[in-house]
Design a binder for this molecule. Structure first.
Ligand code: ATP
Length: 357
């Protein structure tokens, strides 16, 4: 069992930056867990504190039931893969993979055998004698993974391991990583600022802001029910429309458009109270003409997404984006009527979600 537990984990850097602010979190054995958030929110600090590369200011870290808060990195049984892979340029692929085993004083022949075995699992057999500089980015990334795997750690810690790959390689490496993690069943913590990557890979995601966790949940939960407007604006490949509105006669008045109240929220809204109406562009359809409960606006920008189009309308409520069918003809300046899907609409009061999953 290699679950990870953090209790009231806090890290204040010299100079006073509170990079972690009382993190309470348990990651299950075998889980693929993503830490997601904007630059500077504390993701890397959290990962480095799990690895033992940073010392916590207060609070504790447990791995596999052991309190490791005071243990150095080498005694935590974790392997970390860095963004830049941190391979040794002067060593062969084989020696790079075997390096942690050398540190553990595993005899030479066993080391080479284990390195060759791990390399074979990752499709690196043909490259064992090459140096990292003679490999593509994707191959270097596999060498870094092989090095992490070679000593069979209890926990993998990944700090944006895909960010140096081009878009296509990145997708391939993502699928590969997910399959590998499933096969090995090693508890994995993955840091990324790419929400699509977190949604695609993780069993659960923690969305962080300013050293705190703003939401913890499965990708489906975090996507469908962002707990607050911070998470809502962060998750999703096209940002959610967050529109200022007001309760009016059993509807939400957004700049004159009377939108339906999301299911289950009809009770408990006070007439006239101010709320934020959240609807993803994917759940906003363009009607053929004027329609009841539609947001009205002039077409300003049309972006081709391949199999669909992203349309930006400008109306009384500001800018609203909708994803529409690839065949729909749209001309800049024409008036569009965007109708929200009621079963996907969200309401936020003081920035916090009112819908219940
Ligand atoms: P990024 O995505 O940009 O890597 P991050 O979410 O990983 O960001 P951290 O690197 O953990 O964020 O940084 C969290 C905060 O702590 C930031 O405000 C950062 O400036 C600060 N910080 C990080 N390392 C140090 C350090 N060694 N000394 C002082 N402050 C630091």
């Amino acid at each position: 069992m290699a679950d990870i537990s953090m209790a009231a984990l806090t890290k204040v850097y010299p100079g006073g930056v509170r990079a972690l602010d009382g993190i309470d979190l348990t990651i299950a054995d075998g889980e693929f867990f993503a830490l997601l958030g904007p630059s500077g929110c504390g993701k890397t600090t959290l990962l480095r504190t799990l690895a033992g590369l940073e010392t916590a200011s207060s609070g504790s870290v447990g791995i596999g039931g052991r309190d490791v808060t005071a243990l150095p990195p080498g005694r935590r049984d974790v392997a970390m893969v860095f963004q830049d892979y941190a391979l040794f340029p002067h060593m062969s692929v084989s020696d790079n993979i075997a390096y942690p085993l050398r540190i553990q004083k595993v005899p030479g022949a066993t080391r080479r055998e284990k390195a060759a075995q791990t390399a074979a699992e990752l499709g690196l057999t043909d490259y064992l004698d090459r140096r990292p500089g003679q490999l593509s980015g994707g191959q270097q990334q596999r060498v870094a993974l092989a090095r992490a795997m070679a000593c069979h750690p209890q926990v993998f810690l990944f700090d944006e391991p895909l960010s140096n790959l081009d878009a296509r390689m990145r997708l391939e490496a993502r699928t590969f990583l997910k399959r590998l993690q499933r096969e090995l069943g090693v508890t994995t913590v993955f840091v990324t600022h790419d929400q699509a990557e977190a949604l695609a890979l993780a069993d659960r995601i923690a969305v962080m802001e300013s050293g705190r966790i703003r939401q913890l949940g499965t990708p489906a939960e975090v996507f469908r029910y962002p707990a607050n407007t911070f998470v809502a604006s962060f998750i999703g490949s096209t940002p959610m429309n967050l529109l200022d509105g007001q309760v009016a006669g059993g509807r939400i008045d957004v700049a004159g458009a009377l939108l339906p109240v999301p299911e289950g929220l009809e009770e408990g809204l006070a007439e006239g109270e101010k709320l934020v109406y959240g609807i993803r562009p994917e759940y906003l359809g363009l009607a053929e003409g004027p329609a009841e409960g539609a947001l009205r606006g002039a077409v300003r920008v049309v972006e081709n997404l391949g199999s669909a189009q992203l349309v930006t309308l400008e109306g009384e409520s500001g800018f609203v984006q909708a994803v529409v069918d690839e065949d729909r003809r749209l001309t800049p300046g024409e008036i569009g009527h965007a109708v929200p899907r009621r079963d996907r609409a969200l309401l936020y009061r003081d920035g916090e979600l009112l819908n219940r999953a």
